[in-house]
Design a protein around this ligand. Structure first.
Ligand code: HEC
Ligand code: HEC
Length: 740
């Protein structure tokens, strides 16, 4: 463990007021790229036109504008695509299956998109039409069921994981495999109660398997994550639009909103009841929605998770460094600036009078660690446990696996095995089905959610538009003459760099204590570790005493910062050969797709972002991954619990939403209230609604005022720039299997 605590950080002297160490990028050897998980063939990558040279701190000065768009050399000429085939019209032959070479899929590649993608491999065959699942058969049929033991043996590659994961994402779960709840499920009991004598608020829902409010709201992930934008097909006589192909992993329209109301469970979670009581409502029984949420897209999520984990490593190590120093000078206050990847998270202060946490120990959230006197009120934009949570609008889930696990239970009543503690009731939702989703299947679905290709960037061809977009970007980034301290980029940071490209899907098996969740804190009793009383929320909470997966990894890796860990990981990987999963990982893959696990191309994961010789990747996320106070109009009704018990996100705080892919994801904002991007900008401000007495003030007021003060042409340029942030366009649906 602490053997990796090498000399790198030794030079970072900590004094009374310590600045975070500057990135030690030079320390990264080129080992990471080739060596993590062993060597391997490189896969297609695109240059990232949004990616500035690794300067992460806004405003990014010498930013190359969109004109850096690489020519998508491998993509076919769009003109060819646009020409209707004259032979097709003249030829009266009956319809025959097209020959392999005529498959239109890969010809969709468009050089206007950075997601142009690779051309099909030679020998590509026709798509295989699977038998339709009708609900008469389980969607988790033969060839799809997957155990964690199989994955852990190292025999399952990235491609197969993605195929199974995509199946799980797109297929409809049905009542023959455990969809929904039985009469003793937490929502069914409540439904029954609300149905009353047949004329209650849920009366019309009495006989159906779904509820729509508080989960049981869809049969497939795809039902909600299915919007990837629109386009005008080439060659049409009129510019009518149609949906883009292959929308798997997309965003959701209003019909797909999640209407979350934890009061529709029996018993209602204690923290929800308490939060209402704090607002003076002791009987919130007839609430329709407590949280209304708009489905974000899932593209590029592996990059997002890596960024957040590395940021958590940095913040956790900064806290540790301050404590270590304070232990050596007892009675003396120490302060450290919390900072990672160009985002400042305020300051943390600590004093140790007597006692001290043991070196390898999991620390309790700020303010509750015995033996430490801490000041936590100057920590900004991250929870008091120092974990950067990138997922969900408020920053609730610290990692994808936790989220996917809970989504299965919440949306479908498909209870993953890993929600069931050993010895607990194996059928907590009371529907008569056990083992509804295996650990391996959650691993596959998580891998799919993390492995999707990143969003793309549209580059206009018209010179006037190119100039307008460049102007818009410079306004966005505060480089156009206005006050840079109120630019959009102060929150929506243009890019951040992933140092270690290996994505881990964490292993939840019983020896991995960290993945056990607390169930529901039912009124008056201490948290329990079984799910027999478990709620169904999105973001089930781990108990305070157990580490989250990212903390487990932090503790196991010698409690070092991201930079040092990346170097150590590269060194360790050099020693290993072949397909070997890192310890504690249920699966792992390399974002640069260059290890033996990714030896087969999976087109829905292509193309990737470019990486440098160390394997590091500049990710054009347009977010600081920090929470901000967004004012009285956007504030929620009550606070929301994160994936750690007792750690809450205040009503008015939201994570800066990453803007990559933005243009194809409307409606916008956390509840979909904005029907245009302009509207989304204006609704950052407290001026968007009447004073409701909440006292909340938006941190974005000045940015919106600056936007409104711009000449109309500049406002339009800013929006034109945002319109270039697109979801990836289909580059050849992967049913074409070139190398199985
Ligand atoms: C009823 C619609 C619906 C269904 C079905 C659904 N989602 Fe979502 N998804 C949402 C909403 C709404 C959010 C935002 C939740 C929040 O912010 O709290 C979301 C968020 C996410 C996120 C986090 C994205 C981010 O950047 O914050 C991921 C990942 C995700 N969903 C994956 C899935 C998977 C996997 C499934 C299937 C198991 C699924 N979703 C099923 C609506 C849905
Ligand atoms: C104080 C930080 C902050 C500033 C400054 C800021 N934003 Fe945001 N932005 C956010 C947060 C947080 C959200 C999510 C808010 C929500 O959904 O309630 C968001 C959401 C958005 C969205 C909607 C994203 C989506 O997927 O629905 C757009 C568009 C956007 N911002 C653009 C801008 C532009 C343009 C500017 C500059 C004029 C700007 N923002 C300034 C923090 C900020």
């Amino acid at each position: 463990m602490p053997k990796h605590r090498n000399a790198i950080l030794a030079g970072t002297a900590l004094c009374l007021f310590v600045g975070a160490s500057t990135p030690l990028k030079a320390q990264l050897s080129d080992a990471i790229n080739d060596a993590i998980l062993g060597g391997g063939q490189r896969q297609p990558q695109v240059e990232n036109p949004q990616a500035p040279p690794p300067a992460e701190q806004p405003p990014a000065a010498a930013e190359p504008p969109v004109s850096e768009q690489p020519p998508a050399a491998a993509a076919p000429d769009p003109q060819q695509d646009a020409q209707p085939d004259p032979a097709a019209k003249a030829d009266p032959e009956p319809i025959a299956p097209p020959a392999a070479a005529e498959q239109p899929a890969a010809a969709d590649a468009d050089p206007n998109y950075s997601g142009g993608g690779p051309a099909p491999m030679p020998g590509a065959g026709a798509p295989v039409l699977a038998r339709l699942t009708s609900g008469d058969e389980p969607s988790l049929g033969t060839g799809i069921r997957l155990s964690q033991e199989e994955i852990s043996s190292g025999n399952v590659g990235f491609r197969q994981m993605m195929e199974i994961g995509r199946h799980l994402f797109t297929q409809s779960f049905t009542s023959v495999e455990g969809y929904g709840e039985g009469p003793t499920g937490p929502r069914e009991q409540k439904r029954h109660q609300m149905n009353g004598n047949g004329i209650g608020p849920m009366a019309a829902f009495a006989q159906i398997p779904w509820m729509r409010v508080h989960g049981l709201d869809a049969q497939a992930c795809l039902e909600c994550h299915n919007v990837a934008g629109f386009e005008t097909p080439a060659g049409g006589a009129t510019p009518g639009r149609t949906v883009r192909p292959d929308r798997v992993s997309g965003a959701g329209a209003v019909t797909s909103a999640a209407i979350i109301n934890p009061l529709l469970e029996l018993p209602a979670p204690k923290w929800v009841v308490d939060a209402f009581a704090e607002r003076g409502v002791t009987d919130p029984g007839n609430m329709y929605a407590v949280f209304l949420r708009n489905p974000p897209h899932v593209f590029g999520a592996g990059y997002t998770q890596k960024l957040a984990e590395e940021m958590s490593f940095d913040l956790l190590s900064q806290r540790r460094a301050a404590i270590d120093q304070a232990v050596q000078n007892r009675g003396q206050w120490y302060e450290i600036r919390l900072n990672s990847k160009g985002t400042s998270f305020g300051r943390y202060q600590v004093r140790v009078d007597q006692g001290a946490p043991a070196p390898g120990e999991l620390l309790q959230p700020c303010g509750s660690e015995p033996g430490l006197t801490e000041r936590c009120d100057r920590i900004e934009g991250v929870s008091e446990d120092f974990i950067v949570r990138p997922f969900q609008w408020k920053g609730i889930a610290s990692n994808m696996r936790n989220f996917v696990r809970d989504a299965l239970n919440f949306h479908f009543g498909m209870v993953p095995d890993e929600l069931i503690a050993q010895g607990a009731n194996p059928d907590p939702d009371g529907d008569g089905f056990v083992h509804e989703v295996s650990i391996g299947e959650v691993t596959a679905l998580t891998t799919f959610a993390l492995g999707a290709r990143p969003p793309s960037v549209f580059t206009p061809t018209d010179a006037g538009e190119v100039a307008e977009v460049a102007r818009g970007r410079s306004i966005f980034e505060g480089r156009a003459g206005g006050d840079p301290s109120v630019a959009c980029v102060t929150c929506h940071q243009s890019s951040k760099t992933v140092l270690n490209p290996v994505v881990r899907v964490h292993d939840p098996r019983p020896d991995q204590e960290s993945m056990r969740i607390v169930a529901r804190e039912s009124s008056g009793t201490a948290p329990v570790l079984t799910v027999t009383e478990n709620g169904v929320g999105l973001g089930q909470a781990a108990p305070r005493g157990l580490p989250l997966p990212v903390e487990q990894e932090f503790l196991e890796g010698g409690q070092t910062a991201a930079q040092e860990r990346a170097v150590a990981a590269a060194a360790t990987a050099k020693e290993s050969t072949g397909r070997q999963l890192p310890a504690g990982a249920a699966f792992a893959f390399n974002l640069n797709m260059n290890t033996p696990f990714e030896d087969r191309v999976f087109l829905a994961a292509q193309p990737r972002l470019a990486s440098d010789a160390t394997g590091a990747i500049v990710v054009p996320l347009f977010s600081d991954l920090k929470r901000h106070k967004m004012g009285r109009c956007l504030a929620d009704v009550i606070h929301q619990q994160t994936d750690r018990a007792g750690v809450f996100v205040p009503r008015d705080q939201f994570v800066t939403r990453p803007l990559w892919g933005l243009a194809d994801t409307g409606p916008w904002l956390h509840d979909g209230r904005a029907l245009s991007i302009r509207d989304a900008i204006l609704k950052h401000s407290d001026n968007a609604c009447a004073d409701n007495g909440s006292g909340y003030v938006s941190e974005a007021n000045a940015a919106v005022a600056a936007f409104q003060a711009l000449p109309e042409a500049d406002q339009n340029a800013l929006i034109a720039f945002l319109h270039t942030l697109r979801l990836p366009r289909d580059t050849g649906f992967d049913a074409v299997d070139q190398n199985r």
